[in-house]
Design a protein around this ligand. Structure first.
Ligand code: TYM
Length: 335
């Protein structure tokens, strides 16, 4: 609790081009939850360097991601929107938590296995301890709730285990966080292979809708989306995974239910359905694009948000960090 509100923490990596999966699985829910909670939304640039980055590009992407949080509807006066690298407590707590996390736990993480297969020439220690930094992000702010897509659940479970382990040794130091998984959109799949999640790192650009894609590109990608030969819009995950994914996207964008969608497109072909899905996505992303353009013109405003919120985050993080340092036995600073 901070004041009379529960605390929410979440973050996104400034790596690659953000996809519709990031928006529907995470960002959209962040906006919905932002009134109810005291929110910390971080651009997790420290996580990004577990994979080699071009420095100028990372800097640029990180800033654009922070702007995107605002463009999506998060008010930076009410929500603490900041860069992870601006708050030293993330790294400091991560070090401490590393000493309370087991090698066996980290080697079971599927994201580590996937990423080390993908970047076999750079399996660095940061990639291995990535989930500990993520645990530090969350526990530093005593978060009660963490809205994420399904792919982050394993990391969140590890965070809970680390928090419980630490608490069982030192008393109630950390709030044990609960995941928040949205009802629709928690796992948006590739448009080209509905057995894989939509991912920023997919080599096939037709597999993902990027948040900054223009309307024509979005419509074209949906037209090319892989479906099946059943010929009817039905929610059948076994036989029609591509159509199910399109139904999920449509529901997440329009607020309709799967049953309503199936009824709406009864007797209609896939062409009509794909056009409607494309249009629903375009209408969700259009305001995001125009807001991004406005924000890009307002450098001073963004700079002020970055500065003020980093201070706010540092203050909240410092409270937990001092408590933890004391618990583990670090000598107190002389002021
Ligand atoms: P990242 O940057 O890969 O993704 C950001 C958020 O988007 C969700 N997401 C999806 N949701 C639905 N369908 C998809 N296809 C899809 N792809 C991505 C992710 O689940 C995530 O919620 N490790 C995290 C970042 C992180 C973090 C944290 C998150 C660092 N510290 C603390 C929460 C709390 C990551 O790489 O997410």
């Amino acid at each position: 609790m901070l004041g009379d509100k529960k605390v929410l923490f979440s973050g996104m990596q400034a790596t690659g081009n953000l996809t519709l999966g990031n928006y529907l699985g995470a960002l959209k829910n962040w906006v919905t939850l932002s009134d109810e909670y005291e929110c910390f939304y971080s651009v997790v640039d420290m996580h990004s360097i577990t994979v080699r980055q071009d420095p100028a590009e990372l800097r640029n992407r990180a800033r654009r991601l922070l702007m995107l949080y605002i463009a999506a509807g998060l008010d930076p006066e009410k929500n603490c929107i900041y860069f992870q690298s601006h708050v030293s407590g993330h790294a400091e707590l991560a070090w401490i938590l590393n000493c309370y996390t087991y090698m066996g736990e980290l080697s079971r993480m599927t994201q580590f296995k996937d990423k080390s297969a993908k970047h076999a020439d750079n399996i660095n220690a940061g990639l291995f301890t990535y989930p500990v930094l993520m645990a530090a992000d969350i526990l530093l702010y005593q978060a009660d709730v963490v809205p994420v897509g399904i792919d982050q659940m394993q990391h969140l479970e590890l965070t809970r285990d680390i928090a419980q382990r630490f608490n069982s040794i030192y008393g109630d130091v950390f709030t044990v966080p609960e995941p928040y998984i949205g009802k629709v959109g928690a796992k948006i799949m590739s448009l080209q292979d509905p057995s894989k999640k939509m991912s920023k790192s997919d080599e096939n650009p037709n597999a993902s809708i990027y948040l900054m894609d223009d309307p024509d590109t979005i419509m074209r990608k949906f037209k090319r989306a892989v479906t099946d030969s059943e010929g009817a819009v039905r929610y059948d995950e076994e036989r029609q995974p591509g159509i199910c994914n399109l139904i999920d996207i449509y529901c997440a964008c329009t607020g309709h239910t799967a049953d309503e969608t199936v009824a709406e497109f009864e007797g209609k072909g896939y062409g009509d359905f794909k056009t409607a899905v494309g249009e629903s996505v375009v209408s969700v992303l259009r305001p995001l694009h125009s807001k991004m353009e406005d924000l890009a013109k307002n450098k001073d405003y963004i700079d002020r948000v970055i500065k003020d919120n980093a201070e706010k985050a540092q203050y909240a993080a410092g409270k937990t960090l001092r408590k933890v340092q004391k618990k583990v036995g670090f000598p107190e600073k002389i002021r």
